[in-house]
Design a protein around this ligand. Structure first.
Ligand SMILES: NC(=O)C1=CN([C@@H]2O[C@H](COP(=O)(O)OP(=O)(O)OC[C@H]3O[C@@H](n4cnc5c(N)ncnc54)[C@H](OP(=O)(O)O)[C@@H]3O)[C@@H](O)[C@H]2O)C=CC1
Ligand SMILES: CC(=O)N[C@@H](CCC(=O)OP(=O)(O)O)C(=O)O
Length: 346
């Protein structure tokens, strides 16, 4: 069978380079081209020596990558993807955007939280929010995918069974998330500078993080009611991983065993969401470098408050791995192809 020609725009960035790493080992993919503006003409292996003698591809311009590809992944700062998506759409190529440009249904949310406008609104009607476990049927047959944000992936997978069963008090959901520093990309920033973040731990963007509308959009869609959250991200002094602890007041009195059964049934057919046995707690250790999302179920019986913990690798399930899952769906392949790696245990 002919291999899929897959190109990566923004392959010099963290999420882009992770895409190249994963696509390189995908049995049905040939990496057709990689782009960077700052490193055009240089090899990816010069920038990231882990690729040396395995993938010594040279960074090209964006148009050359698009021309050579059946599917184009874009991993760029927000606001740069619309024009590329238009080129791909008109050329009948699939476009998978790792940024936020195709994630939000309402243009006013994008304007409010990202300070940007849609320049090609018609294109957004052709796109779909690509969270496979929750919206798989909507993804099939689409040409433009808005790959979910990293925090929103961990939250949506963690809360979907409760939301779908309409068990949550939708106006009082508290989400406390922690991310490793690769979440902020390769640019040098004060917050992620080693002596600043090492041996430190603090929340940031309290009540103002741009993932808030994306999380509310997904949770509202699942329960058919307007959801209001308090979302507090924290910066963890580690490279990879997101752990989200979520507090939900339940409308009915439940036993933790009942809640656990609800989750086990909801995710019974999902290969990348692992509902942990009761008594276990999701832990970044066991999902790093993998496409798995671990979810552990807890209940404070005194307050009838469910406490759900989810863990993902922000670079894999939170970005590149999920994007490849979407590609597999669109090309009618096994959804887990190229993604079934087990996390290292130490
Ligand atoms: N890091 C993460 O955990 C996650 C990231 N994402 C999203 O993925 C996207 C990429 O993020 P990340 O890899 O972390 O970011 P990086 O800063 O590491 O990489 C950004 C990439 O964009 C390119 N770029 C920057 N400015 C421009 C420009 N003006 N024109 C063309 N290319 C440009 C850079 O290329 P150059 O070499 O030319 O500088 C680089 O390849 C973002 O939208 C981010 O929100 C999504 C989920 C998780
Ligand atoms: C630690 C850190 O800085 N994380 C980033 C996560 C956002 C990200 O990666 O962008 P997406 O919207 O594409 O998911 C942040 O808080 O902005």
């Amino acid at each position: 069978m002919k291999k899929i020609q897959a190109g990566v725009i923004g392959a010099s960035g963290y999420a882009g380079a992770e895409l190249v790493r994963l696509l390189w080992n995908h049995p049905m993919v040939e990496v057709s081209g990689i782009s960077s503006k700052s490193y055009t003409g240089q090899k990816i292996s010069d920038l990231y020596p882990g690729f040396y003698q395995i993938c010594d591809m040279v960074f090209q311009d964006e148009d050359s990558v698009i021309a050579a590809s059946d599917v184009v992944f874009a991993s760029l700062p927000h606001g740069l993807s619309e024009k590329l998506a238009r080129k791909c759409f008109d050329a009948d190529k699939i476009f998978i955007d790792l940024g936020a440009d195709f994630r939000l249904d309402k243009e006013e949310d994008y304007a409010m939280w990202y300070g940007l406008d849609y320049h090609d609104p018609a294109l957004h009607k052709e796109s779909v929010y690509g969270l496979p476990e929750l919206f798989r049927d909507d993804i099939k047959g689409k040409k433009i995918i808005g790959n979910p944000g990293c925090y929103p992936t961990s939250v949506a997978l963690g809360l979907a069974p409760i939301m779908k069963a309409k068990l949550a008090d939708c106006k009082h959901i508290i989400i406390d998330s922690k991310s490793g520093t690769t979440g902020s990309g390769k640019s040098l920033s004060e917050a992620t500078h080693f002596p600043r973040c090492n041996e430190s731990f603090a929340p940031y963007k309290i009540a103002s993080h741009r993932h808030t509308p994306e999380i509310e959009q997904t949770l509202s869609r699942l329960c058919d009611e307007d959801v209001l959250i308090n979302f507090t991200p924290h910066l963890l002094p580690i490279n990879r991983g997101i752990i989200s602890t979520m507090y939900v007041d339940l409308k009915e009195t439940m036993k933790v065993e009942e809640l656990h059964v609800l989750y086990e049934q909801f995710y019974a057919n999902e290969q990348f969401v692992r509902v942990l046995p009761l008594g276990k707690t999701a832990d970044l250790k066991y999902i790093k470098y993998s496409n798995y999302c671990d979810v552990s179920i807890h209940l404070d019986e005194r307050s009838n408050r469910a406490i759900i913990v989810s863990a993902i690798d922000n670079m894999v399930k939170g970005a590149a791995g999920q994007a490849i899952q979407n590609m597999n769906i669109l090309f009618d392949l096994d959804e887990g192809m190229g993604l079934k790696m087990v996390a290292p245990s130490f």
